[in-house]
Design a protein around this ligand. Structure first.
Ligand SMILES: [Zn+2]
Length: 435
């Protein structure tokens, strides 16, 4: 059965448009300002604070209750999702609070301000330009997810500007350390008690209301086999490069097996519901300063995704056991054992919120009224920190965000108009949800 959004004509969507219209230039300015400031976070660190200061500065005229706080306290927390190999001291989350009248449901609008690095591929327009061309805002983090973040804070700006006090609290937060399977910023917010009756994360969903996400596990497989002293000697030169190809075959076998996984409702129509990818393969480099030599080390970076209903811990154990069994059967790997190292532990889990949950109906309904009745309720092609909010802290969580492209690649952009529509959807949903 296709869930249908509640289709009654709504004053909330009209009110949202009316409240946001005078702010449109300001919302675009905020999104551009955020893109222009470098908030790249490569583990173990991240320098997101400059972006939080820009955000705080642009929120200042609205006289909101805004707090910036250091997430360094995570390093003393025993929560299993604190990534022990990362540093948090000096990295700041920001939260804006709009207290309600105490009679309605509360809402948390959350987004990450950290971005992945710009990468090595060339960009047509500088990743830090924040340039707007043909309706697209260009730059690193524009779609993932500073555009969505600006749309969420627009809700607080619009309500504050109009002096509207809702029944329940609205919290808008900008967090650190989401990329590279971080979870730290989101976790910090939840642990300090910035919680609500529902949550939405403004990742770039191309205006689909996403009610399910996949889990993810990342690991490196390394084989050190060569002996540098063997070169130009009487010994045979041993290379791990061709055996690494056999490891790729093992990955390929899993990729085919995982296509037959029980899909569950939300991922029923996905051509590849639980993808298995190789993120990197290395055995020597093509750099000009590397002599022509047989590689000593070969390694693979592998990425498995899991469906919301799967027991991720058990699946990860199956995968490792399978890799060890594969290597035991291979004479080369018996002689030169591989090392398996997870990049993050524990892995990211998936999550799912029912289609008929009141929060799903509210946000999907608001999206349908602002964007049209064909607005899709769907599931994401990637993992994120939504599972942490919902599964660890019991807060029903959806994703909804603007249209764009190029996330985690060169030439990332977001459609400016879709940022404004995203803000309208969020404000309409807040008006209804919080009362
Ligand atoms: Zn993101």
């Amino acid at each position: 059965m296709k869930p249908r959004p509640a289709a009654r004509p709504s004053g909330a969507a009209r009110d949202a448009r009316r409240l946001l219209r005078p702010l449109e230039a300001e919302i675009v300015r905020l999104a551009r300002a955020l893109v222009r400031v470098d908030s790249v976070a490569v583990p173990p660190g991240g320098h997101e604070t400059a972006a939080q200061l820009v955000l705080r500065g642009l929120l200042k005229p609205y006289r909101l209750d805004v707090e910036m706080y250091d997430t360094g306290f995570l390093e003393r927390s025993r929560h299993p999702y604190v990534r022990r190999d990362r540093r948090y001291a000096g990295r700041h989350n920001l939260i804006a609070r709009l207290p309600g009248q105490g009679r309605g449901r509360s809402l948390l609008l959350s987004g990450h301000v950290d971005t992945v690095p710009v990468g090595r591929d060339p960009w047509r327009i500088s990743p830090w330009s924040g340039a707007v061309r043909k309706g697209r805002l260009h730059g690193r983090g524009s779609w993932d997810m500073k555009g969505g973040l600006a749309a969420q804070f627009a809700v607080a700006m619009a309500l504050a500007r109009a002096g509207v006090r809702l029944g329940g609290d609205v919290l808008c937060e900008s967090v650190v350390d989401e990329e590279f399977a971080g979870c730290g910023g989101t976790l910090a917010g939840r642990l300090r008690g910035d919680n609500a009756d529902a949550c939405a994360i403004a990742e770039g969903t191309n205006h689909e209301v996403v009610r399910a996400t996949r889990g993810g596990h990342f690991f490196d497989v390394t084989c050190r086999a060569g002996d540098p002293m063997a070169y130009f000697s009487k010994k045979e030169v041993v290379s791990p490069a061709v055996p690494a190809g056999r490891l790729l075959g093992w990955v390929d076998g899993w990729a085919r097996r995982r296509q037959k996984v029980r899909r569950g409702g939300t991922y029923r129509d996905f051509p590849d519901p639980a993808p298995v990818q190789v993120l990197a393969v290395e055995a020597n480099r093509f750099d000009r300063d590397v002599p022509w030599s047989v590689p000593l080390v070969a390694r693979l970076r592998v990425y498995f995704q899991f469906l919301p209903h799967e027991d991720v811990g058990a699946r990860v154990r199956d995968i490792e056991a399978s890799l060890r069994a594969f290597c035991r059967k291979d004479p080369f790997f018996r002689r030169h054992p591989v090392k398996i190292e997870p990049l993050v532990h524990p892995p990211l889990l998936g999550h799912e919120l029912p289609a008929d949950h009141p929060w799903t109906r509210c946000l999907h309904g608001a999206a349908a009224r602002v964007l049209g009745a064909r607005t899709r309720l769907s599931a994401s092609e990637w993992p994120c920190d939504a599972f942490l909010v919902q599964r660890e802290f019991g807060i029903p969580t959806l994703l909804f965000g603007p249209r764009g492209a190029g996330s985690h690649n060169a030439n990332e952009y977001v459609y400016v108009d879709s940022i404004l529509r995203t803000a309208e959807v969020y404000l309409a949903a807040a008006l209804e949800w919080c009362g």
